[in-house]
Design a protein around this ligand. Structure first.
Ligand SMILES: C[S@@+](CC[C@H](N)C(=O)[O-])C[C@H]1O[C@@H](n2cnc3c(N)ncnc32)[C@H](O)[C@@H]1O
Length: 199
């Protein structure tokens, strides 16, 4: 079975992707991706966001940045291959733990920060709505949700990036939208970055 015939929301699909390339999206080297991570990190406050959950962490580039600033980072990814790479990348950071796991199945902790970066659009609308419910229950009062998603179109995605953020906004009507921006980019289409604080 080729990776193109595998369900693009399955572990097998992502494992196959990571077996064909060490860093399939060039997260560690692409200036666009590194700029996106910098934009995300602007909204991370190490004094307030001590315990962080980052689902869909891939090879751990953003995880490493979070781990450099926050006390505890629990990261996860559906792909075991990606998890191994993220663990290697973050091995020097004692506060970082990386486990295989689905977005809607976080570790049994409460968090001051959850970072949803380029992962929400692999779910269907009902799956994402359920995941948002589960994740937001895990955020402490005053906790922060940062979402960053590419706004282009891919056959691998079930939802567009804007739809992911619109569903988040619909689910969080009483939360404070601390930041909203759409960053356009000629070669990559661009991404939307939204930051909500739980009252
Ligand atoms: C495009 S990468 C994004 C990586 C990283 N968050 C970033 O922004 O650089 C998407 C990652 O999400 C993972 N993934 C896809 N669906 C997932 C799910 N339902 N739960 C957890 N991880 C998932 C994939 O294995 C892949 O590593």
């Amino acid at each position: 079975m080729t990776s193109s015939s595998v369900d693009p929301s399955s572990r097998a699909f992502f494992d196959a992707k990571y077996r064909t390339a060490e860093d399939p999206w060039d997260f560690a080297i692409d200036p666009y991706e590194l700029g996106r991570y910098r934009d995300v990190m602007v909204h991370v406050d190490p004094d307030r966001h001590r315990r962080v959950f980052e689902p869909g962490c891939s090879i751990g580039v953003l995880t490493e940045m979070l781990g450099g600033r926050c006390e505890v980072v629990d990261a996860s990814d559906l792909s075991e291959v990606a998890v191994q790479r993220a663990r290697r990348r973050c091995a020097h950071l004692p506060g970082v733990t990386v486990e295989v796991g689905h977005l809607s199945d976080p570790p049994a902790h409460n968090y001051e920060l959850i970072v949803l970066s380029e992962v929400g659009y692999y779910l269907t609308e009902p799956e994402l709505e359920r995941a948002i419910e589960v994740l937001t229950e895990r955020l402490t009062p005053g906790g922060r949700l940062i979402a960053a998603h590419w706004i282009g179109m891919s056959a691998d995605h079930r939802l567009r990036g804007h739809r992911v953020h619109d569903l988040l906004a619909d689910a969080l009507p009483t939360w404070v939208l601390a930041h909203h921006a759409v960053h356009l980019d000629e070669s990559h289409d661009g991404y939307r970055l939204d930051v909500w604080d739980r009252p």
